[in-house]
Write a new protein. Structure first.
Length: 334
């Protein structure tokens, strides 16, 4: 079967070869060749002539002040009629980077408190920058633009950090996480700004921290709200910690003169984590357990009162009190 199929294919190819070797097809081939050659010469000659072509350039307004919002009615394109040789027109269409006309807002003169002027001279100058030196601008529309804008309301809003932090084993936060700036100057309609109590950052997750780290995080701005700088700096103070143990007396500083308070035990053991840099600085006088006498009176029925540290430095963490409950007796003397 395969042998018959191979023979049939060879026979067909042989017949096709004979067909195209006939004199008639040779003449047609020569005719087509010279026809294509003539077309190429004509096309090259045609490209040397001047042509008029209308092109639409998008308008892009740059460096808009953060407290401004441009009107939706402003032109977003400019139609230009140019004159150029065909060869250059082909080059022009192959270069899409020429297709944008940028207008810098701060350089424009004001016509009023809500209108800027883009002159025909400026437009023509910016168009010429996008074209080749040999290109002639015949006309363009619009000739001039009155650019409309509105001034936004502004308000300082506190920044709320959305952050997930995981420290390497043996390391902890040594102080509060801070954000700089703590407030952001937002611009928008007064209706929107009045509803905002805070502006959040985009969520950031940090893992395996073993030193103080600073990161820049973008603000998650509500729709229609602008800000001068859309990111803030977050500082995460991280330090290696170690354990420290104290024996701390339990105090009650407002015992009435006619009362005697007996506490069992009169002191407790405090275990806490402290940064290595603060280990020597942390002494027992920086910690305090002070319970108001009124609290003892509230628990007099049971004779037991919970105990916790009432004063400590901010860098101290993971406090544990042993025992965490005390027994007491209140004696009254006339």
């Amino acid at each position: 079967m395969q042998h018959k199929l191979k023979s049939a294919c060879e026979s067909i190819l042989l017949q096709v070869g004979v067909f195209f070797r006939r004199q008639k097809w040779k003449e047609i081939g020569i005719f087509i060749f010279f026809l294509l050659l003539s077309f190429i010469f004509w096309f090259m000659q045609a490209l040397q002539q001047d042509y008029e072509q209308r092109i639409v350039f998008p308008l892009r307004y740059k460096n808009v002040p953060v407290e401004w919002v441009l009107s939706d009615n402003n032109p977003n394109a400019i139609s230009v009629l140019i004159k150029e040789k065909g060869t250059n027109l082909l080059y022009f269409f192959w270069k899409p980077r020429f297709r944008s006309v940028d207008i810098s807002i701060p350089s424009l003169p004001k016509l009023s408190d809500s209108t800027l002027q883009i002159s025909s001279r400026l437009l023509e100058s910016e168009l010429s920058r996008q074209l080749m030196a040999s290109t002639s601008i015949i006309s363009f529309q619009p000739r001039e633009i009155e650019l409309l804008y509105d001034t936004l309301s502004s308000r300082l809003i506190p920044v709320s950090v959305q952050l997930s932090v995981a420290m390497r084993q043996g390391f902890q936060l040594s102080d509060n996480i801070t954000v700089t700036p703590a407030e952001a100057l937002l611009f928008g309609s007064s209706r929107i700004l009045e509803t905002l109590q805070e502006v959040q950052t985009k969520h950031k997750a940090l893992d395996d921290l073993a030193k103080t780290t600073e990161v820049k995080v973008q603000l998650a701005l509500p729709p229609g709200v602008k800000v001068e700088s859309d990111n803030v700096k977050i500082t995460i103070p991280v330090e290696e910690f170690t354990e420290k143990i104290f024996q701390l007396p339990v105090q009650c500083l407002d015992i009435p003169e006619s009362y005697v308070l007996r506490i069992f035990p009169s002191s407790v053991e405090i275990t806490c984590n402290v940064p290595l840099s603060q280990f020597r600085e942390l002494t027992d006088d920086k910690l305090e357990i002070s319970i108001p006498f009124a609290h003892f009176e509230e628990h007099q029925a049971t004779g037991k009162i919970p105990v916790k540290v009432t004063r400590q430095p901010a860098y101290v963490t993971n406090l544990a009190v042993v025992p965490n409950e005390l027994e007491f007796i209140i004696e009254h003397h006339d």
